[in-house]
Structures are given as structure tokens and as C-alpha cells.
Design a protein around this ligand. Structure first.
Ligand SMILES: Cc1ncc(COP(=O)(O)O)c(C=O)c1O
Length: 386
């Protein structure tokens, strides 16, 4: 099996440079939460610390019912069948193993977005299937399509797919006999336009799927909304027949969410207050960073939802990474997410307020910033079509 190099390893040089800044590094290169795990979740975990027996791979009925209620309350999906819910050990493992769990292999195509979280590609490779990066159906050949991934809001671009777009994907995938999996882990973090105060559409929304969850899976993670990436708590929901297939393999393979984490996940999906509170923190950081990036001459594309700003100085991504590293700010180059990210960097909102304001101050002043600003403005003024 041919797996790509782990992309973040290649950032070591820029990271070292950023760390040497006299006021320390501002690490915005990964989307790892930094705020405390909410008390309601920590208490649930502690209360379930006595766990001598094996937990259920499928998750307890009350957890699966709570997830179904969450879709109804937060995602405008009134009809999730608790039998079609399955907890996972974080969602990265599900993304990486889904093609394998669905029995895909050589000859199967796994379609994923052109600019995408790298694990969709990795998951296809683990299964021996063929990953194809495509945002439109015309780019996908006539081969046997096993699985189509969508990711909305997107990591890294922050783009949201509306109901009509998702409905077209569903219609097309069904016509090709493919499963659609929608990675929705940033759904609670809408910022702009209609997504500022309305839920980002789920694949399972009746307006998307025509009222049937057949062939569809929504993948959701509690890592970001509930600051518990360290717990590894996520779930998949949708077609009960598909979930049953996943469950069968996972039972044999011992892919079980630990009991205390199942109880913590139940507390997290049942409590909206901490999610609202966390969103407000990210909103503040996003506003500060966005203004500072714009002031430094970068432009911010998409980013209407999610945990990142997708920014460009109109130059190769690694050049922007280096310029920002000279300011002690570490970001991820868009090239980590596909060739179409060649001139973008991904700036995560996941740093404490003090570090975010340090980054903003550095972006607004200093010699390296002027360089960024100049490049950005040259780029702007050379583009008369905008
Ligand atoms: C698009 C996307 N999917 C899945 C994950 C994995 O989340 P976790 O494994 O913490 O649930 C991430 C994490 O950054 C992500 O960005």
C-alpha cells in the first residue's frame, strides 16, 4: 500500500523558524481545540470511570437516541433512525476505514473533493480502491464508483454546500449505485450569510435526500464543537442497512468507543449551551484574524463556515508559509489539501485569544508583513477582472 508522507512532517523547518520569534510561536497550522472540555462533559466522563465490562460497539440505545434528537434539534433532520447511528473512535478513523468497512477494494473508485482533508484519499488507498479528486461529475470516468465523499463546511476552504448542490450529488450517486458520505464536523460553526444563524445543511436533510436515507451516511465529530479531540468521540448516522454493515465488521475488529467516552458523548450531544459558548469564542478570534490578514494584503476566500480562514497572497503557498513563519505565525500550505490549493494557506482559529491578538499585531506591523502586503496588492491590482 502506497501512503503519502504525513504532510505536517514537512512543516518542521517553518515551525522551527516560527518558534524562534522572540515573542514565541502562534501555531495556527492545525485545527486542534485549545479551550477546556466543558464541565458537563468532563463530569460525565468521570462518572463513568468504573467500567469493568466491555461496552457496546453499537453504542447504548440512549446515546443513539440522543444523536437522533441532535439531528432533529440542530440540523433540521427530523427522521434519523437510532438504529442507523453508530459511535466511532473520533471521525478520522471512520474516514480512513470507511471504504474498507464497506468492502471496497481494487476496481472501486472513491470520489472526494478536489481541495480536501487528506484522509479521504488515504482511506481509499487503505482499501486498495482508487481515489479520484473531483468537484464535478464530468471529471469522474465511467468506472465503478463505490463511495462519494462530500465535506461541508469544507476543511480547508470553509465552503458550504447548499441543499440544491447536495441533492444533485445524491441523485447522481444513486444513479451510479454509489454510497454518499458527508463529513459535517464543522456544521455548528457557520459565520456568514445565511449560515450565520441557520444550520448548515446535512446530507440527511429531507430537502437534500428526498426523505430517504438509503445509501447515505452523515459523519459527525464532537472534537471541535465540544473541545474533546482528546476523547476521540464521533458518530456516523444515516442508512440503517449501511450502518449494520459497518457494525458487523467493527464488532469483529474491536473498533469500540470506550464506555466513559460514550457517556461523555451523550452529555455533549444533549447540551447546546457549551456549543454556543465555544462558537462565540471562535467568532471573536475569527474577526480579529480575518481583519489582520486583510490588512496584511492577503485575501480570504470562502471561509463562510468552519474552523479556518482560507487565505491567499497570490503567490505559491510555501512562500506565504515562510513569510508568516518569519513573523512567528505557523499556517498550513494549501498544497496539503490538493493541487488546487497551490496559492492558499489555511489559517486555523484554534489558538488562545492572547496568541490570536499577538498574530494580529505581527500581521499589521513589521518588515515581513509589508512584503506580504506588497505582494498581495500587486496581485490585486494586476487582476482587472475582479
Ligand atoms: C474534515 C475533517 N474530518 C474529520 C476530522 C477528524 O476529526 P476527529 O477524528 O477528531 O473526529 C477532521 C479533523 O480535523 C476534519 O477536519
Amino acid at each position: 500500500m502506497q501512503l503519502p508522507d504525513f504532510p505536517w512532517d514537512s512543516l518542521a523547518g517553518a515551525a522551527q523558524r516560527a518558534r524562534s520569534h522572540p515573542d514565541g510561536i502562534v501555531d495556527l497550522s492545525v485545527g486542534t481545540p485549545v479551550d477546556p472540555t466543558p464541565a458537563v462533559v468532563q463530569e460525565a466522563l468521570r462518572a463513568a470511570a468504573d467500567a469493568p465490562g466491555y461496552p457496546q460497539t453499537w453504542g447504548t440505545p440512549d446515546l443513539r437516541e440522543a444523536v437522533a434528537r441532535w439531528y432533529a434539534r440542530r440540523r433540521q433532520v427530523p427522521d434519523v433512525d437510532p438504529d442507523g447511528v453508530l459511535p466511532t473512535v473520533g471521525s478520522k478513523e471512520l474516514v480512513a476505514w470507511l471504504p474498507t468497512l464497506l468492502g471496497m477494494g481494487a476496481g472501486d473508485v472513491v470520489v472526494h473533493p478536489e481541495v480536501a482533508y487528506p484522509t479521504y484519499d488515504v482511506g481509499a488507498r487503505i482499501a486498495g480502491a482508487t481515489p479520484v479528486a473531483a468537484d464535478g461529475t464530468a471529471q469522474v470516468g465511467p468506472g465503478r464508483i463505490g463511495l462519494v465523499w462530500v465535506n461541508s463546511p469544507s476543511n480547508p476552504t470553509g465552503r458550504v454546500l447548499g441543499r440544491a448542490h447536495l441533492a444533485k450529488v445524491v441523485e447522481w450517486a444513486r444513479s451510479r449505485g454509489a454510497v454518499v458520505a458527508s463529513d459535517e464536523c464543522y456544521a455548528e460553526l457557520g459565520w456568514e450569510g445565511e449560515w450565520a444563524d441557520r444550520p448548515v445543511p446535512s446530507l440527511l436533510d429531507p430537502g437534500v435526500c428526498g426523505g430517504s436515507h438509503e445509501g447515505l451516511l452523515s459523519v459527525y465529530s464532537l472534537s471541535k464543537q465540544s473541545n474533546l479531540a482528546g476523547y476521540r468521540a464521533a458518530f456516523v448516522a444515516g442508512d440503517p442497512a449501511l450502518v449494520k454493515r459497518l457494525l458487523e465488521v467493527r464488532k469483529h475488529a474491536g473498533m469500540i468507543v470506550p464506555w466513559p467516552v460514550q457517556r461523555a458523548a451523550l452529555a455533549a450531544v444533549d447540551d447546546d449551551a457549551h456549543v454556543v459558548e465555544q462558537k462565540a469564542r471562535y467568532a471573536g478570534r475569527r474577526a480579529v484574524l480575518r481583519e489582520a490578514l486583510l490588512a496584511a494584503g492577503l485575501r480570504v476566500d470562502h471561509s463562510e463556515a468552519g474552523l479556518y480562514l482560507w487565505a491567499s497572497a497570490g503567490e505559491p503557498a510555501l512562500q506565504t508559509v515562510d513569510r508568516l513563519a518569519a513573523l512567528g505565525i505557523l499556517v498550513a500550505p494549501g498544497t496539503f489539501y490538493g493541487a488546487a490549493g497551490a496559492q492558499h494557506v489555511r489559517v486555523a482559529l484554534t489558538a488562545p485569544d492572547e496568541r490570536i491578538s499577538a498574530a494580529a499585531t505581527r500581521l499589521r506591523s513589521g518588515p515581513a508583513v509589508r512584503a506580504v502586503r506588497d505582494v498581495g496588492q500587486d496581485w490585486w491590482t494586476s487582476r482587472t477582472d475582479r
